[in-house]
Design a protein around this ligand. Structure first.
Ligand code: TYD
Length: 135
């Protein structure tokens, strides 16, 4: 599976009258082994999360509940993805600047990451990110 492109990934959905079930397997639905999970919730109206890129970390971002948008900048162009289904994830390669905006009330954003948390892996300065992308 090619690792360099940001893309929506459709996940398996097991329909069941008792309630539906979706799952993710590392190295199958995403091109990495999952190492860490975190989730973002209770986001007040109008707030933004993200606003950075990673040097190495890859992620799958899922709107497990509710909806939000992810604005993705690959250094050349900006794309906007609406996540509003729990069986779709947005695969984020390294070196992609992301901003999560327009969270609906009670939305839940699950992030599956390829690496341990490491502040030195973050690019939090946009100009540094742009310079890295242009080299
Ligand atoms: P950050 O990744 O900047 O948040 P956002 O999702 O909005 O980009 O993380 C916010 C804070 O949470 C940061 O100061 C460090 C802490 N944090 C951890 O300790 N471990 C983690 O796995 C994550 C994702 C964040």
């Amino acid at each position: 599976m090619e690792s360099g492109t940001c893309r929506l990934v459709e996940l398996p959905k097991i329909f069941d009258p008792r309630g539906n079930l979706t799952f993710i397997e590392g190295n199958r639905h995403v091109p990495f082994a999952m190492r860490r999970a975190f989730w973002i919730y209770d986001v007040p109206g109008g707030e933004m999360r993200g606003g950075h890129a990673y040097r190495k970390n890859r992620e799958l971002i899922v709107a497990v509940s509710g909806s939000f948008e992810v604005e993705v900048d690959d250094g050349k162009s900006v794309s906007r993805y609406l996540l509003n289904r729990s069986y779709f994830g947005l695969y984020m390669p390294p070196l992609h600047w992301r901003s999560l905006v327009n969270f609906s009330t009670n939305s839940l954003c699950l992030v599956l990451a390829s690496e341990d948390y490491d502040e030195t892996d973050y690019l939090r300065d946009y100009m540094t990110f742009k310079q890295l992308r242009s080299t």
